[in-house]
Design a protein around this ligand. Structure first.
Ligand SMILES: NC(=O)c1ccc[n+]([C@@H]2O[C@H](COP(=O)([O-])OP(=O)(O)OC[C@H]3O[C@@H](n4cnc5c(N)ncnc54)[C@H](OP(=O)(O)O)[C@@H]3O)[C@@H](O)[C@H]2O)c1
Length: 345
């Protein structure tokens, strides 16, 4: 079988404010440990658009290939690759640790997945559950794994002890976390700026499950409402996508010994950070910073999804054609979406 000789690739533009499509050569031969993949779908994360809008707090490659989340199939493998064969359903995992131990992030400080063909080292790939379409599988590597590590903390067995969880906003990480909650019988509370967005969420649950919802615009003291919804107890896990500006509300809504996972920065990064020392102490809180997750976290999540056959398509808000990728980025940045925005290649 003859292999493709070139790939259609998006890169960030010279001014760093948009993305542009071009054609690039693929290597003529694979090294023994490399795998050539055909990427069928890519899902967007806030970081992908934050990089174009001067809102990403860590350095990203100038002119780099954006995006981290793909659903792909294996086209060809190098001579020593044993774990994959042509046709396998795979995704590159988000985190890559270099030989000198530095953690790098796909689509940030090394080339990402917004392209039709790509070559990766075999140990950067994870097999996807067979029941998922490439569009669904594309939700997993960043959004899914972040939701998973936020709920599972540093040990997936701990997710079994979480009985209530609160997610901020109806973006990709929050809605993936909502699906994990429903699969693991964790009672979810989700906040949003919009009653319309909240109204559709109950459809994601089975008839005997309840999705609890709070409009944070109408109810600025949403933590008070979360306490009412949990009989005054508070929630076991809180997935913080907003950042520093919601920390006070987070601690108020948290159960004693609960966990706050610091995931996002949607509310901005103020120069003066809140002092939460006493709140950590008095709540005996576990506060963890999230860097998506390891390859093992990624595999654990795939195992859970495969066992429970969790349907991911209900949290796909909109699918764009590859040629309309720039529009997809603008749509995500508008915040009009609920859940995930996907690009089909
Ligand atoms: N640390 C990590 O490893 C990691 C991994 C993934 C993502 N992240 C970060 O987590 C955050 C969420 O990512 P995402 O991809 O899920 O984002 P997203 O899909 O773009 O979510 C955006 C949604 O969040 C809500 N929102 C926006 N600003 C808000 C604010 N000030 N207060 C409350 N809610 C707000 C809005 O929902 P409503 O209209 O419903 O309110 C908005 O539609 C981002 O900051 C992202 O960079 C971090």
């Amino acid at each position: 079988m003859s292999l493709p000789t070139s790939a259609r690739v998006y890169r960030r533009t010279e001014d760093g404010k948009d993305i542009e499509l071009s054609t690039e050569d693929l290597p003529k031969e694979l090294t023994p440990t490399q795998v050539l993949i055909r990427i069928h779908a890519v899902s967007l994360n806030f970081r992908d658009v934050a990089m174009l809008n001067d809102r990403y707090p860590v350095p990203a490659d100038h002119r780099g290939i954006p995006c981290s989340d793909a659903g792909a199939t294996v086209v060809a493998v190098g001579s020593s690759v044993k774990d994959f064969v042509a046709g396998d359903h795979v995704s590159p995992t988000f985190r890559w640790t270099t030989e000198d131990g530095v953690m790098r992030a796909l689509g940030g400080d090394f080339d990402g997945v917004l392209r039709d063909y790509a070559v990766f080292e075999s140990d950067a790939l994870v097999k996807n559950p067979e029941y998922l379409t490439p569009e669904e599988a594309s939700l997993i590597p960043c959004a899914g794994v972040t939701a998973w590590t936020s709920l599972a903390q540093d040990d997936w067995k701990k997710a079994d002890k979480v009985k209530t969880a609160l997610m901020e906003g109806t973006g990709g990480v929050s809605l993936f976390a909502l699906l994990i909650c429903l699969a693991k019988n964790i009672t979810p509370i989700i906040t949003s700026s919009s009653d319309d967005k909240l109204a559709g969420l109950q459809k994601l649950a089975d008839a005997d499950q309840k999705v609890l919802a709070i409009n944070y615009r109408k109810t600025p003291d949403w933590a008070e409402e979360a306490l009412k919804l949990t009989n005054g107890q508070g929630v076991d896990a809180l997935v913080n996508s907003v950042g520093a500006s919601s920390m006070d509300q987070n601690f108020k809504a948290l159960k004693k010994f609960g966990t706050i996972s610091l995931v996002g920065f949607l509310g901005g990064t103020p120069e003066k950070m809140p002092d939460v020392t006493m709140q950590i102490l008095t709540k005996s809180a576990h506060v963890q910073g999230i860097a998506v997750g390891t390859k093992e976290d990624h595999q654990d999540l795939c195992k859970l999804l495969g066992e429970k056959k969790v349907k991911l398509s209900p949290i796909i808000d909109k699918v764009f054609d590859f040629e309309k990728s720039s529009e997809a980025f603008k749509y995500l940045y508008s915040g009009a979406h609920v859940g995930k925005v996907v690009i089909k290649i």
